[in-house]
Design a protein around this ligand. Structure first.
Ligand code: G6Q
Length: 548
C-alpha cells in the first residue's frame, strides 16, 4: 500500500509539544542530584530490559511526567500505526516510492511479508542459503583461485552503506572470525586505500567482494577496476576474474557489464536501504569471517529486537524510550550532539556506523510533504571507545559549556579476560556516568582541602545526562539486538519529526557534482568553467600544477 505524504499539523503546534515546553520550564530547575535524592529507587525504576539489553535511563534529565508527555506526543504522531505500516511493507520511503523492509532480512522463514503482493521472505532465505554455501566453500578451502591456491584474503570493495556495516561487524565480531582468513575493506576513491589494502597480498589467494546496491557508484567501480587490473597484472589471464571476483548488488545487468558473471552475484532488493543493509547479502564478508551459523545468530538478534519493538508497550519499548529521550535532549534541552561511548575495543567502528545510520536517516530539513521544519532534527553523533576517549575529549563532556548527552555501552563479560582489566574498564564506565550526572560542588571541592583559587577549576556542575546500555556479552546475537535497537530508534525519531528517514538526497548531490568536476580536471583542452570564482580558481590551479 502506497502511503501518500499527508499534511500533518506542525509538530510544534501540537498541544503535546506545547505541554513538553511548559514541562521543560518546570523541570529545568531540578538537578539530577535532586531527582535522585527525591526517589531512592530512581536508579531501578527508570530502566527497561528486553532481549538481553538493559537500558538505564535514570541519569537522563527526565521525570515520570516527562516520559508520560513524550509518550503522549508519540501517540499523537500515530507511532504505533506507523510502526505497523513499516512491518506491513507500506511505501514509507515516500520520496523514492519504496517500502522499507530491512526487518524482512531477518524474518524467520515462516513469516509472510508482502511487497507488491508477493511474499519476499522465501527470496531472503534463498539468498542466505546461497551465501552460506559459498561461505562454507571459501572457509573450508574448497573454493580455490585461478591457480588452484586456497583463498586466504577477502577484500570488500564498497562505500557508505556497502562498507560501514561490514567493517563495523567484522571488527565487532572478530573474536568469532576464522583467523586464517585476512579481511580488508576498501572504500575511498583515494588510491591509497586500495594500494595499502593489497600491498602485502598474493593475488592468487585473494577474492574481491564488490558490494554496491546500484553498481554505479564512482568510488566502488573505480576501486573494482583497480582490483581487476591488479589481478590481471599478477595472474595474467582474463579467466582469473571469474575466480577472484564476486558481486553483491541489486543490479545484475551492471554487474554483468563490469565482467563479473551474474552467477557469482548475491542479490538484494530496492526495499533495503544502503545503511540498513549489513544483514543482507552486503553482509557476505561478515558471513565469510564468522561463518553461516554465527551469521544466523546475528540475524536472530536483529529479529528479537524487531519483535520487541513491534509488540512492547511504548513505555517499556527500548527503541521508543531511546528515541523519545533523544528528542527530549535535542528539542527541549537544546543538545546538538550525542556521544556514543562503547566500552569495548571490538566496537571501535560502532560510532562511525551509527553516524551514517542516524545522520543520513534523520539529517533532514523538510517534512514528508516538503514543508520546512521549525524544530531541530537529528543531532550530530560521534564517539570513540572508552577508556581512550576519557583521556581526550571527556574534559569537554564534564566541564565544557555544551550539553552533550552520552550513550554508554558496556558488556558484563569480556571476550578477552586479562586479570582485573575488565573490572577496571567497567568501573570507568560506571564512574564516568556518575560523575557526569552528579558532578562535584564547590563545598565538596573545598572539603578536600583544595586552595580557594583552584576551587572554580575543580568544580563539576554535573546534571549532564547519559544512558547506559548493559549487555551480558558481545556475541553475534547481542550485536544484532544493538544494531536493531538503533535502527528502530532512528525510525521512531523520524516519525516524530515527520521526516523521510529512508532517502538520502544529500548523498546523491555529491555523486552528481563530482562527476562534472572530474571531467573538467581530466579535460585535455582548457575547459570552460561555470562554477563560482572560488571553485573555478581551485580547478584551474589544480590543472596548472598538474601541468594540464
Ligand atoms: C546509504 C546510502 C549510501 C550508499 C552508498 C553506496 O543508505 O544510500 O551510503 O550506501 O552511496 O551505494 P551503492 O551501494 O549503490 O554503491
Amino acid at each position: 500500500m502506497a502511503s501518500k505524504p499527508e499534511r500533518h499539523p506542525s509538530l510544534t503546534a501540537r498541544p503535546e509539544w506545547q505541554a513538553l515546553c511548559e514541562h521543560r520550564a518546570q523541570l529545568d530547575k531540578r538537578h539530577l542530584r535532586d531527582l535522585f535524592a527525591q526517589d531512592s529507587r530512581r536508579g531501578q525504576r527508570l530502566a527497561a530490559e528486553a532481549v538481553g539489553v538493559y537500558l538505564d535511563y535514570s541519569k537522563q534529565r527526565v521525570s515520570d511526567e516527562t516520559l508520560r508527555l513524550l509518550i503522549q506526543l508519540a501517540e499523537a504522531c500515530e507511532l504505533p500505526a506507523r510502526v505497523a505500516g513499516m512491518f506491513r511493507g507500506d511505501v514509507i520511503n515516500v520520496t523514492e516510492q519504496r517500502a522499507v523492509l530491512h526487518v524482512a532480512l531477518r524474518a524467520p522463514v515462516s513469516e509472510n511479508i508482502l511487497v507488491d503482493g508477493a511474499n519476499v521472505v522465501p527470496d531472503v532465505h534463498a539468498v542466505l542459503e546461497r551465501m552460506a554455501a559459498f561461505a562454507e566453500r571459501v572457509r573450508s578451502g574448497a573454493f580455490t583461485g585461478h591457480t588452484g591456491k586456497r583463498i586466504r584474503n577477502l577484500v570488500n570493495i564498497g562505500i557508505g552503506g556497502s562498507d560501514l556495516g561490514p567493517v563495523m561487524a567484522y571488527q565487532a565480531l572478530r573474536h568469532y572470525s576464522q583467523r586464517d582468513l585476512t579481511l580488508r575493506f576498501v572504500s575511498n576513491v583515494d588510491g591509497t586505500d586500495f594500494a595499502e589494502a593489497v600491498a602485502d597480498l598474493d593475488a592468487a589467494e585473494t577474492l574481491f567482494i564488490v558490494c554496491s546496491k546500484t553498481f554505479t557508484t564512482l568510488e566502488t567501480l573505480s576501486n573494482a577496476r583497480a582490483a581487476r587490473a591488479w589481478c590481471l597484472r599478477a595472474l595474467g589471464n582474463e579467466d582469473a576474474i571469474a575466480k577472484h571476483f564476486v558481486a553483491v548488488s541489486t543490479n545484475a545487468q551492471a554487474v554483468g557489464k563490469f565482467g563479473i558473471d551474474p552467477a557469482n552475484m548475491f542479490g538484494f532488493w530496492d526495499w533495503v536501504g544502503g545503511r540498513y543493509s549489513m544483514d543482507s547479502a552486503i553482509g557476505l564478508s561478515t558471513m565469510l569471517a564468522i561463518g553461516p551459523a554465527h551469521f544466523r545468530e546475528l540475524l536472530d538478534g536483529f529479529h528479537a529486537m524487531d519483535t520487541h519493538f513491534r509488540s512492547a508497550p511504548l513505555a517499556t519499548n527500548l527503541p521508543v524510550l531511546m528515541a523519545l529521550i533523544g528528542i527530549w535532549n535535542a528539542n527541549f534541552l537544546g543538545a546538538e550532539t550525542v556521544a556514543v561511548l562503547p566500552y569495548d575495543q571490538y566496537l571501535q567502528r560502532f560510532p562511525a556506523y551509527l553516524q551514517q545510520l542516524i545522520m543520513e536517516s534523520n539529517g533532514k530539513h523538510v517534512t514528508l510533504d516538503g514543508t520546512p521544519v521549525d524544530y531541530a532534527t537529528s543531532p550530530v553523533y560521534w564517539g570513540e571507545p572508552g577508556t581512550n576517549g576519557q583521556h581526550s575529549f571527556y574534559q569537554l563532556l564534564h566541564q565544557g559549556t555544551r550539553l552533550i548527552p552520552c550513550d554508554f555501552l558496556g558488556f558484563v563479560s569480556s571476550l578477552n579476560p586479562l586479570g582485573e582489566q575488565h573490572d577496571l574498564l567497567m568501573a570507568n564506565l560506571f564512574a564516568q556516568s556518575e560523575a557526569l550526572a552528579f558532578g562535584k560542588t564547590a563545598g565538596e571541592v573545598k572539603a578536600e582541602g583544595v586552595a580557594d583559587a583552584l576551587v572554580p577549576h575543580r568544580v563539576f556542575e554535573g546534571n549532564r545526562p547519559s544512558s547506559t546500555l548493559l549487555v551480558q556479552r558481545l556475541t553475534p546475537y547481542s550485536l544484532g539486538t544493538l544494531v536493531a535497537l538503533y535502527e528502530h530508534s532512528v525510525f521512531v525519531q523520524g516519525v516524530i519529526w515527520n521526516l523521510d528517514s529512508f532517502d538520502q538526497w544529500g548523498v546523491e548531490l555529491g555523486k552528481a557534482l563530482a562527476k562534472r568536476t572530474a571531467e573538467e580536471l581530466a579535460a585535455v583542452e582548457e575547459p570552460t568553467l561555470g562554477h563560482d570564482s572560488s571553485t573555478n580558481t581551485l580547478v584551474r590551479r589544480y590543472r596548472q600544477l598538474r601541468q594540464r
